[in-house]
Design a protein around this ligand. Structure first.
Ligand code: AMP
Length: 451
């Protein structure tokens, strides 16, 4: 977040218009207390722009980089707005649904819920999620108690609307997060039917990490003179993420992944393109690594369990489909691997956005077979640059390599050195500094293995 904070401060100095701290935003004390408890002191760029606009009841159309603090940019002002008429009374009638947030995936909805839950701690506001895969009767029961804020996936919310379990007639603020993704996932019919139940005199907020022409259409239809906030060029990838790619033959895919996992020891998410590949790869990796999967065929509680175990660092590798590509925030995740190149170039931006968050640096390594070069080219066109190629060291004869760490008394005199690269390949590798644990030699060294 440091870079974001820095750029926010620089912007503020030059324009003197945006609030430089949450304390200057006229937030209620209860809310400010929770904001500070979360460790937020300086608003990010998107927060500086969106929070005042939303508090002033404008519609907002915002495109913000992944990891930019987008969630709090709408959660904080929504709470501030609701607090004005919030009631301490236990009566359900005093807690009509006033803020509705729609998100494309259960994981993202759950994450938004967690931010809300922390920020309403000192307020009387009540909150619930309505997600597919969970018990309808339990959700209905919860709604009957009176809930001020609901975060939902469109399909499940629409089921409740149809069954008359939820009243949308008092909704004041409607938020569509990752709006472009919801459209991609075919949620438009449900969204339109849901919006038909919400009063026209409402505030509508559209957040999306990427902009598409469909978003513009949605804006024209459902927003009223929105404040448009763009804190980065549309479709750009996070500058904190170093991106590189292996060009391989199909049969080398798994061995290349193992090489990547060997060279980068921290936690990582490995993205696959299908549920079948996800399950298969998880089983293959599970032999050697602590691994769990997350994909759409799992129950909601299984998905939450996998995610939780990963967030708590109980497993090293999360093998995922694109259900985990959007919005997920795993603090300090150093590496994302694309085991397959995503079919949609925009998904690439979302996948790699799981690393390099909150101002930290991250690494995104993709594995691309000759059949996927078309998709790789589409990604490079979208992000406006080439992804640095890493030569697949398994292909190169001139490398003397061992999978086991060389013994301490090897020729290199350094137990961390596992590979020797010599001759013409030196420049290629040293230029990008992509191979750690490596000794570089002008002439081929003799590697001594001792028992
Ligand atoms: P988001 O883009 O909403 O997923 O947020 C990315 C990460 O930034 C999350 O871990 C947030 O907790 C963190 N974050 C959001 N706003 C701030 C802030 N103003 N100061 C420090 N960290 C923040």
């Amino acid at each position: 977040m440091q870079n974001e904070i820095k750029s926010t401060l620089e912007n503020n100095q030059s324009t003197c218009q945006l609030p430089a701290s949450f304390s200057n935003m006229d937030l209620s004390e209860k809310l400010l207390k929770s904001v500070h408890k979360l460790g937020y002191t300086t608003p990010t760029t998107i927060q500086s722009e969106a929070i005042p606009a939303i508090i002033n009841q404008h519609d907002v159309l915002a495109s913000a980089q992944t990891g930019s603090g987008k969630t709090a940019a709408f959660v904080v002002p929504i709470i501030q707005r609701l607090l004005k008429d919030a009631s301490d009374s236990p009566s359900p009638a005093k807690h009509p649904l006033r803020a509705l947030i729609l998100a494309p995936t259960r994981e993202l909805a759950q994450q938004i819920y967690e931010v809300f839950a922390k920020l309403i701690e000192y307020t009387p506001l009540r909150i619930a999620t309505l997600l597919g895969g969970e018990s309808m009767p339990n959700q209905k029961q919860l709604l009957q108690k009176g809930i001020d804020i609901v975060i939902a996936t469109p399909g499940r919310l629409y089921d409740h609307v149809n069954m008359n379990n939820i009243q949308l007639g008092k909704v004041e603020i409607l938020t569509l997060d990752e709006a472009d993704r919801m459209l991609d996932m075919g949620f438009l019919p449900e969204i339109e039917k849901i919006i038909a139940h919400i009063p026209k005199h409402r505030q509508t907020l559209l957040f999306s990490a990427t902009f598409s022409e469909y978003i513009t259409k949605l804006t024209q239809k459902y927003q009223n003179a929105p404040v448009i906030i763009k804190t980065h060029s549309a479709n750009s990838s996070n500058v904190n993420v170093k991106q590189s790619i292996y060009l391989i033959q199909e049969y080398q895919r798994l061995s290349t992944l193992k090489r990547v996992l060997h060279d980068n020891q921290g936690q990582c998410i490995v993205f696959t393109n299908s549920k079948i590949d996800c399950k298969k790869l998880q089983q293959q990796l599970d032999v050697n690594y602590e691994t769990l999967a997350i994909h759409g065929d799992m129950t909601q509680s299984q998905r939450i369990e996998s995610l939780q175990a990963f967030k708590e660092n109980k497993i090293r590798i999360l093998v995922a489909t694109d259900v985990a590509a959007r919005g997920l925030d795993v603090a300090g995740l150093p590496l994302v691997v694309n085991y397959h190149i995503p079919y949609h170039a925009e998904d690439y931006i979302h996948r790699i956005g799981r690393t390099g968050r909150a101002g930290q640096t991250g690494l995104a390594i993709s594995i691309c077979s000759d059949k996927e070069v078309y998709n790789k080219n589409a990604i490079e066109k979208l992000i406006g640059k080439d992804i640095i190629e890493i030569k697949n060291i398994d292909n190169i004869d001139n490398i003397n390599r061992t999978d086991k760490a060389l013994p301490k008394d090897n020729l290199f005199g350094n137990k961390n050195i596992k590979y020797a690269i010599c001759g013409e390949y030196i420049n290629k590798y040293t230029k990008n500094k992509l191979i750690p644990d490596c000794a570089l030699f002008r002439i081929r060294p003799k590697i001594v293995h001792t028992k």
